[in-house]
Structures are given as C-alpha cells and as structure tokens.
Write a protein that binds this ligand. Sequence first.
Ligand SMILES: Cc1cc2nc3c(=O)[nH]c(=O)nc-3n(C[C@H](O)[C@H](O)[C@H](O)COP(=O)(O)O)c2cc1C
Length: 184
Amino acid sequence: MKTLVILAHPNIDVSRVNRRWKEELEQYETDITIHEIYQAYPDWNIDVSREQKLLEAYDHIILQFPLYWYSYPPLLKKWFDDVFTYGWAYGSSGNKLRGKKLSLAMSIGDKKENYTPEGSVSFTVDEVIAPFKASIKHVGAIALPYFAVFGASFQATDEEINQSAQDYIRYIRKYQKNAGSISV
Ligand SMILES: Cc1cc2nc3c(=O)[nH]c(=O)nc-3n(C[C@H](O)[C@H](O)[C@H](O)COP(=O)(O)O)c2cc1C
C-alpha cells in the first residue's frame, strides 16, 4: 500500500519538526509520496482536478502540518474546501474517498500534559481534531489514530525530533502493513 502525505507548512525553511519529518519521508519515495501544498500553490490557486486525481491514486492519506490555533494552517483549510467537492467527496454520487484511510501527523507546540481536561489547554488532542474526524466520517473515509510530537515550539530537543521522525516512519509502516484490517 502506498501513502500520500499532504504537507502544509507555511514556512518550511524555518521549521524544525516538519522539515525533519519531510527529510525522513524523502528516503522512502518508492512508497511514500510527499505533496507540499504551500510549494505547489504559492498563489493559493488550487488545481482541484489535479488534487482529486492524486487522492484517488492512494489508499492511505496523511495530512501533515503544525498545529496553529488548535487547527490547520489556512491553506489546508482552503484545500479541504476546494477539493472535497459535492459529487466527488460526498453527495449521492460522491464516493471517491470512501474506505480510504486518513491520518493526521501534527507537530504541536505545547506540552503533552497540557492537552488534558486538567491541563492548561483543557482539551485533549482528540477533542481538538473533532472537526477533522467529523469531515472524514462525512466522506466515508476511515480516520486512523493521529501521530504527533509535542513540545514542538521550544522543549523538543534535536534528538527527540530525530526520534519522532523514525517513529513517524514506523507509524506509516504499521498502517501500510495492516491494510484492510483497521477498526477505529
Ligand atoms: C500561528 C501559530 C499558531 C500556533 N498555535 C498553536 C496552538 O494552538 N497550539 C499549540 O500547541 N501550538 C501552537 N503553535 C506552535 C506550533 O504548533 C509549533 O510552532 C509547530 O508545531 C512547530 O513545528 P515546526 O518546527 O515544523 O514549525 C502555534 C504557532 C504559530 C506560529
């Protein structure tokens, strides 16, 4: 099973986590494809048909991004709005994403312990990503457990980021191996 990574980082050149993850993914280009939407669409003029054809060609799709204001960077929101169209993604004849496995891979600035009901954020990551899970359900796809690294703003050391890059590949391999037998 091949994996498509939709990478949305507005400033990848100054990124620590997403840039390191991208370098790691690039070593596995035979079965992992990276599509960087901020690079592909500097003018934000998304080629909807190109994006839809790309998505149709993969069974496992990962949306990779830094968490910004408990949400996605804005071009990824536009990408959803433009690409997940009626008649293609949903509606009586819109079934192109049905049964595909979708994941989020996020770098999260704050510490893990703050993403609890008692922590400073007050919400778990699963609660924060509820709109994503609802969207995935709406188009009949399968939301896999998310992959994340916490403390991505300041606390994470280079060693931890390197380790997270290895863990990210292991995460992808796990779901490539389990193709067809996921229940979430
Ligand atoms: C505009 C903006 C909004 C952010 N919002 C959040 C947030 O809501 N929660 C959080 O934990 N971190 C937040 N952060 C921190 C980012 O998640 C962090 O900088 C990023 O994950 C680091 O990844 P990178 O090294 O690939 O850029 C925000 C950062 C920016 C620039």
